[in-house]
Design a protein around this ligand. Structure first.
Ligand SMILES: NC(=O)c1ccc[n+]([C@@H]2O[C@H](COP(=O)([O-])OP(=O)(O)OC[C@H]3O[C@@H](n4cnc5c(N)ncnc54)[C@H](O)[C@@H]3O)[C@@H](O)[C@H]2O)c1
Length: 362
């Protein structure tokens, strides 16, 4: 059988995970396109990708065999490029966030539906072994209904450079709420993606521009560049089902250390998935926990779930799931409607933070 032919749009940092995963899944990465063609050439040389383009439209025209694409560009372009790719008859795996507004996510879902093509998103934390382990207990009824959950991705010193696209609202859609949306997404996944009804939120901009609060990833500052996004956010979501979710997201906030976690309280069991990063924001001293809390024989029992560790935090596994979904070998780990709900909540967080009022969705 011919290998699945894949094209890559955007040759930045995250693309390395996509290419490696496609190659590991046995797909053929046939071409890569980036407006900055030198970046595309460098990744093509590193991974043995035969064709390089300075525009994705040229790639679509020149490579009719490409069946699927990864969209790995700044957030503002996720919707327009994904819709163009779907209209060009390609299946799409789009980086997170799905878009920069719920309306864009709705338009993307419609394009997937109209063209009968797959649209999936890099909600990579769903693909982590710990998340899948907990999901088994949720699916088999051990947990019951998750009444309440707390989702945190909180950093102490993690601003991704000053003045680049990450810190410009027009290009990124926002700061840590939208950049570190993974735990909000994971909580929604565990809770069964209930329909949100009310959101009350506050955002803060402390430490913006303070180099003591910059992250360690080497993303360059842009002199004179804009930083007009939040550095921290706190939000409370109430769903139509009565379930509730508390969200904490920060790039810069006086927290003890970087924490990436979802904790939940079900009607039969509680649980937690948590990574505490090393104090410098890198992995060497990271601690991973995955636990289930139950009452058994009149005792409080805390079960520690031991899984493989995935240092890549599902970033390759999520891409492999996209390939295997197209091949009909796995169920998709994400769908367009889930992306719409996530973006509705994010829109409402920003709206509530601006107005100082609860925001009703729908
Ligand atoms: N899932 C994760 O853990 C994770 C981690 C990092 C980044 N991301 C996401 O991946 C995306 C890319 O982030 P990055 O860190 O790789 O960014 P980056 O800035 O390193 O790279 C983005 C690339 O896109 C290119 N580009 C911009 N517009 C384009 C267009 N119209 N056509 C073709 N190329 C275009 C740029 O020239 C650049 O090379 C973002 O949406 C980000 O949120 C996800």
């Amino acid at each position: 059988m011919a290998k699945l032919s894949v094209g890559i749009i955007g040759a930045g940092g995250i693309t390395n995970y996509h290419i490696a995963a496609y190659q590991a899944a046995g797909a053929d990465v046939a071409a890569i396109a980036d407006l900055d063609v030198e970046r595309a050439k460098a990744q093509a040389a590193e991974y043995g990708i035969p064709k390089v383009f300075d525009s994705y439209q040229k790639m679509f025209d020149a490579c009719p065999d490409i069946e699927a694409v990864s969209v790995c560009v700044p957030n503002k372009f996720h919707a327009s490029i994904s819709i163009d790719a779907l209209n060009a008859g390609r299946n799409v795996f789009c980086e997170k966030p799905p878009a920069i507004s719920a309306q864009e996510a709705i338009d993307m879902a419609a394009a997937a539906e109209e063209n009968g093509k797959m649209l999936m998103f890099d909600f990579n934390n769903r693909a982590r072994p710990e998340a899948q382990a907990l999901m088994q207990y949720i699916k088999d009824g051990t947990v019951g209904t998750i009444n309440s959950a707390q989702a945190s991705w909180i950093r102490r010193t993690g601003i991704p450079g000053f003045g680049g696209w990450f810190t410009q609202k027009a290009l990124s859609g926002g700061g840590p709420v939208i950049d570190l949306l993974h735990m909000i997404d994971l909580a929604l996944y565990f809770m069964g993606t209930p329909e949100p009804e009310w959101v009350l939120a506050a955002t803060f901009t402390d430490f913006a521009g303070n180099s003591d609060f910059k992250g360690p990833w080497g993303i360059p500052d842009v002199e004179g560049g804009i930083m007009d996004v939040e550095t921290a956010a706190h939000a409370f979501v109430r769903f139509k089902t009565g379930q509730v979710l508390y969200c904490r997201n920060s790039w810069a906030e006086i927290n003890k250390r970087e924490e990436v976690s979802v904790v939940f309280q079900g009607t039969k069991a509680g649980g937690m998935i948590r990574r505490l990063f090393g104090i410098d924001g890198l992995d060497e001293t990271a601690i991973d926990d995955c636990e289930l809390y139950v009452q058994e024989h009149g005792k409080s029992v805390n079960r520690q779930i031991i899984t493989d560790t995935d240092e890549k935090m599902g970033r390759e596994r999520a891409v492999i799931n996209f390939v295997n979904t197209i091949l009909g070998e796995e169920e998709p780990l994400s769908n367009p409607q889930e992306a719409v709900v996530l973006m509705q909540i994010i829109d409402a967080i920003y709206q509530s933070a601006e107005n100082g009022q609860p925001v009703q969705i729908g």
